[in-house]
Design a protein around this ligand. Structure first.
Ligand code: PFF
Length: 456
């Protein structure tokens, strides 16, 4: 059923780390993390988020790495290989479905970044004030056609990389794009904290106010941790199936976790000082970075229009690059599944996935405008997809991955994988197994029960 032959691997350990970090660092860090932090009161949310990373983020990343590298199969086939004839295969299929749904709505926002990059470069931000930027975003996101055009372009770019394959497409693009992204985040962070009045934003990020913490904050932080680390849909387990036998799983997981968290915090340091400096509310939701940032650059460098446009262009380029390395990884999960399970060529598998995701993307995009009156549980289809995938499907599948590695998989396999068959001395192995067996599943379950009101 699976292709056993000469399975491709990433060419180097660094390539593996950058590809996995490329998947993790994305709109989740620069678009979603700041507005979730803003909506949930700032620093207290960040502390709970960091707790989620340690309690289940990094351990589940290790679990996914073990599942992927051991099975040498994409997530859709990995469970079937490791536990043949059991129902565990459904966890793999759930991951494929989740990735497919996320790619659909994620690409819509990815498309917005291209529109904003285009506007920055062609002088579309010049002479606008806060009200002008609000109007610009509302008009654009509710337009029935323009966002779709960018959605198509973004999906096409993702498609091209995927068709080029694992080494020449995914690994090469990550090696070029990730260093550019790091430089841009650092430069923009420095610019933002130097704006007048930036201290209020830094305070908002660093001084926790626990009076705002409720069940939603925990659910939000958990969803954000899964989304941001690309966990719970077998994305990193699919990438791990391309890891070589010398790749150190613990070292790779730690590197990805640290890079992802640093970029999120730096994105916060770009956005909040900038927002406070010009008096924009931090809790303005998904539109935060599309309204705040261009406005801030306009205000800060209004008399130097070229500098204002260059800063905006750099920021949206950063976002587009970050989004691209993530859409590639989301696409790979489903493409690799169709390729391995049904023996489609990569090109054919990729075309099917691109077409399907475009349909979901069109629905999500229209849900913000023409179709906003169609709601599920009070949420339009875009928000409903985000809620369902990030706050329900990812944590459920992540919890099952922890249980699978902690309880079902032979413990010798876990030990062999984390020690590279005894070549590495690894002291954290018993702790990792304990966390996967008890702490991760229990803490995820408690967050769900808390949200459902069980601890009131
Ligand atoms: N981690 C990506 C981000 O933070 O933007 C989004 C993502 C990619 C989520 C891959 C899930 C995934 F499997």
């Amino acid at each position: 059923m699976e292709h056993h032959g000469n399975r491709v691997n990433f060419g180097s350990k660094l390539g593996a780390i950058l590809a996995a970090a490329g998947s993790a660092v994305g709109l989740g860090n620069i678009w979603r993390f700041p507005y979730e932090t803003g909506n949930h009161g700032g620093a207290a949310f960040i502390l709970i988020y960091l707790g989620c990373i340690l309690l289940f983020g990094l351990p589940i990343m290790m679990a996914e790495f073990v599942i992927g590298r051991r099975s040498k199969a994409s997530t859709g086939g990995a469970y079937e290989k490791l536990a043949p004839g059991t129902h565990w295969k459904w966890v793999g299929y759930l991951g494929v479905l989740t990735g497919f749904l996320i790619l659909g709505y994620y690409s819509v926002v990815a498309g917005w970044t291209l529109e904003y990059l285009f506007q920055a470069v062609t002088g579309g931000f010049a002479h606008k004030d806060a009200a002008g930027f609000i109007q610009m975003f509302t008009q654009f996101s509710q337009d029935p056609f323009r966002p779709l055009l960018w959605l198509f372009i973004f999906m096409f770019m993702t498609h091209l990389v995927i068709v080029r394959g694992v080494k020449d497409g995914i690994e090469k693009s990550s090696k070029v794009l990730m260093p550019i992204l790091f430089i841009l985040v650092i430069v923009l962070g420095i610019c933002s904290v130097m704006l007048p009045g930036a201290e209020k934003g830094i305070n908002f990020l660093l001084n926790p106010d626990f009076s705002k913490v409720n069940a939603d904050v925990f659910l939000g932080a958990m969803g954000q941790a899964f989304f941001s680390l690309s966990l719970g849909m077998g994305c990193l387990s699919t990438y791990a199936s391309y890891f070589g036998k010398e790749t150190r799983l613990g070292h790779t997981a730690l590197s990805v976790g640290v890079i992802d968290t640093l970029v999120a915090v730096l994105a916060g340091l770009i956005i909040f000082p900038a927002a406070f400096s010009v008096g924009i509310q931090p809790d303005s939701g998904p539109s935060l970075i599309f309204i705040t940032l261009p406005n801030v650059f306009q205000l800060a460098f209004g008399d130097m229009p070229f500098v204002a446009a260059a800063c905006s262009a750099a920021f949206y380029l950063l976002l587009a690059l970050a989004a691209l390395t993530s859409t590639i990884s989301l696409h790979e999960v489903s493409t690799a599944f169709l390729h391995e399970r049904f023996h489609f060529t990569r090109g054919r598998a990729a075309t099917l996935i691109t077409t399907g995701c475009l349909i979901i993307g069109i629905v999500s995009s229209l849900a913000l405008g023409e179709w906003s009156s169609y709601t599920i549980g009070g949420l339009n289809m875009f928000d409903a997809l985000d809620y369902l995938t990030a706050k329900v499907m990812l944590p459920v599948a992540g919890m099952l991955a922890a249980i699978f590695v902690g309880w079902v998989l032979d413990k010798k396999i876990l030990q062999e994988e984390v020690t590279n068959h005894g070549h590495l001395k690894v002291s954290y192995y018993p702790l990792l197994r304990f966390i996967l067996r008890y702490l991760s599943p229990i803490s995820i379950l408690m967050i769900f029960l808390n949200e459902l009101g069980f601890f009131k």
